[in-house]
Design a binder for this molecule. Structure first.
Ligand code: 5RP
Length: 218
């Protein structure tokens, strides 16, 4: 299977996890897009969706799926999203698409995080993929200096503004041995909105598309 076929297979494998009549949290990215296309096939069985980005909201709407404001929703049984890297402990790096803050907000409300990914995303140690950090624009240089003190090499993502009007620093050169601790530390830097480590609250299930079919890791 190609990488895209693995992504689509993982997206399809998430459908049996969708409760009837529920509001579904929906992530952002190419794997999440495959999921949206699959969700559209059962749209009459769900109440609607909460989107983690403007791009996802647009794709959901195009398919005729109701997009709900998170402030109007108290229960999201399931959030489905991809990842840039994930370990067997279900800690992730996310934010390659720049949607990390809204992804973290919607997944915080959700009772269960289902990660859908192709096999290239499974790693032993997080950090080969540069860690995205969303930053308030005026704090960009200060935050970059603080991250350098922690041993990272931040690079401003060029020509990119998040849905929240902020910038992204992609942090290279990290070998993240303790993702929970680093997630907490980065969040303490004034000017950081969110970092792309999803470790304090990681995934609950990983549906991994592989050459041999779907591998489920819990
Ligand atoms: C977007 C994300 C995505 O989940 C992550 O970048 C994976 O993307 P893809 O499914 O295209 O490989 O965190 O902010």
């Amino acid at each position: 299977m190609t990488q895209d076929e693995q992504k689509r297979a993982a997206a399809q494998a998430a459908i049996p996890h969708i409760p009837i009549g529920a509001i579904i949290g929906v992530g952002t990215g190419s794997t999440a897009n495959y999921f949206i296309d699959e969700l559209a096939k059962i749209k009459h069985k769900i109440e609607g969706a909460v989107a983690s980005s403007e791009a996802t909201a647009q794709r959901l709407s195009k398919h005729g799926i109701d997009v709900l404001d998170l402030n109007m929703v108290t229960d999201i049984p399931v959030y489905v999203d991809g990842a840039d890297e994930i370990t067997k402990h279900l800690h992730m790096i996310k934010g390659g698409g720049g949607a990390l803050t809204r992804e973290k907000i919607v997944s915080a409300v959700a009772r269960k995080f289902i990660c859908i990914a192709d096999q290239s995303k499974l790693v032993d140690i997080l950090g080969t993929f540069p860690l995205p950090v969303e930053v308030i624009p005026m704090a960009r240089s200060y935050v970059a200096r603080q991250i350098t003190l922690l041993g990272g090499h931040p690079a401003l993502r060029q020509d990119f503004v998040t849905d929240n009007g902020n910038v992204i620093l992609d942090v290279h050169g990290l070998q993240i041995m303790n993702p929970v601790e680093l997630e907490t530390t980065l969040n303490q830097i004034v000017g950081v909105v969110t970092n792309g480590l999803f470790a304090r609250k990681g995934a609950d299930i990983l549906l991994l598309g592989t050459d041999k079919g779907i591998e489920t890791i819990t």
